[in-house]
Design a protein around this ligand. Structure first.
Ligand code: MLT
Length: 404
């Protein structure tokens, strides 16, 4: 008789955004006359930029001709895309990351869930709290998190680094030494950042303690302030302790297209073993590469026209962020984020719990957001709104929230 991976049984409830989708579906079914505005999951709403659509069409046509057809992609991804990434995301920012340290994938979510496979089951993870649920859930599935306590909503074998208004959402070094540290900057869900000097301290800490940092930079395109690093490799010594994960979903609207990449520097080793070689082995064994046409679309992200169009798209969403931030502040809410990220993190009014506010917002204003407690215990009493809606819907949602 076979046995299942019992770690899955330990996971409480369903994935956060699946739970929300079910609740919203039940509400809309019961209230078909209500127009619901969705500012919950960070899914984009603007169409793919013209330069990228053009590249997609061209690549599709290439696939129709035997002379230009492409089958399996090389293990790490097509050279044309890895070259564009290395030049634009790294060399231009003074980071010495080469194209053969870049692994193209179908997105940051899968990479951030899969990367934990490189590490021993006894490694202890440290996460900011609140946190993007994929980091913890994927480690639970691997049997690394211990036992879940539903009262405290914490795992016995996870180090939580609370990020609240009290510490300005800047994680402090934990008392217990972690092996694997997850950092997402600009942060999902709080929309806040840490200055580059602070990030350098984390890099120094990881190198001193022999820990590895999994750095999720999915929202780097939204950085507006000079003192925030776009890549962890802007910090000295980061190539010896950090893996960086990037996405095309938020900077180029690829949530439905799927493309991302992970950087594993060649000098990153553990007891003499190269993590780059391990990830290459995993990639080669378990993944057959993002489709050629999608990688061509990714290349177009870095073209002159693509860059100009995407700058406008990011500005569009950041205008929404200002609408939400300023609108809520004017209505008396306490709000954070929204300056270097497309997320606004607000304190729920009065003593309302995150889920109580979710219900009120859905039922009374017909607006969907994300309850802060869904991201971890320190998210209780907070709530996330995304700036990825249309401008019209964002303005309408704010009007409804103000009228609550
Ligand atoms: C979010 O809403 O936190 C993100 O859209 C989820 C994701 O990128 O997977």
């Amino acid at each position: 008789m076979y046995q299942i991976n019992d770690n899955y049984q330990k996971l409480p409830g369903s994935y956060l955004f699946s739970t929300i989708a079910k609740k919203v579906a039940a509400f809309t079914e019961a209230n078909p006359d209500k127009s619901v505005i969705r500012l919950g999951i960070g899914d984009v709403t603007q169409p793919i930029a013209p330069a990228i659509i053009q590249a997609l069409h061209k690549a599709v046509d290439e696939m129709a001709d035997a002379a230009s057809f492409h089958g399996y992609a090389p293990d790490l991804g097509h050279e044309f895309l890895r070259h564009a990434i290395a030049e634009n995301d790294y060399k231009k920012r003074g980071c010495s990351i080469s194209e053969d340290e870049i692994f193209v994938s179908d997105g940051a979510k899968s990479d951030s869930g899969n990367i934990q496979e490189l590490f021993d089951v006894n490694c202890k993870i440290a996460v900011t709290d609140p946190v993007y649920p994929v980091y913890v859930d994927s480690n639970v599935m691997a049997g690394r998190c211990g036992v879940y306590d539903s009262d405290s909503q914490t795992w016995s074998n996870v180090i939580y680094m609370p990020c609240t208004r009290e510490n300005h959402f800047i994680p402090e070094f934990p008392k217990e030494t972690p092996d694997i540290i997850y950092l997402c900057i600009p942060n999902n869900p709080t929309g806040t950042t840490i200055p580059k000097t602070k990030l350098q301290e984390w890099v120094d800490y990881a190198n001193e303690k022999g820990a590895v940092i999994i750095y999720d930079a999915a929202y780097e395109a939204y950085i507006t302030q000079e003192d925030v690093a776009h890549s962890i490799y802007e910090c000295m010594g980061a190539d010896r302790c950090a893996i960086e994960i990037r996405s095309f979903s938020k900077n180029a609207g690829f949530t439905g297209v799927r493309l991302g990449f992970t950087v594993v520097p060649k000098v990153l080793t553990c007891n003499g073993v190269s993590l780059h070689a391990m990830w290459a082995r995993r990639h080669g064994t378990k993944y057959n590469g993002a489709p050629y046409i999608i990688q061509r679309a990714g290349e177009a992200v870095y073209s002159e026209a693509g860059q100009a169009q995407l700058k406008e798209q990011v500005a569009y969403y950041m205008k929404n962020a200002s609408v939400i931030k300023e609108g809520l502040s004017a209505a008396g809410y306490e709000v954070y984020g929204g300056v270097n990220a497309p997320y606004i993190w607000l304190k729920t009014p009065g003593q309302m719990s995150s889920w109580e506010f979710f219900d009120e917002l859905l039922e009374e204003a017909n607006v969907v957001g994300t309850p802060g407690s869904g991201f971890g215990p320190s998210g209780e009493g907070y709530f996330r709104l995304t700036a990825f809606g249309s401008y019209e819907n964002t303005v309408a949602a704010l009007e409804r929230i103000r009228n609550l």
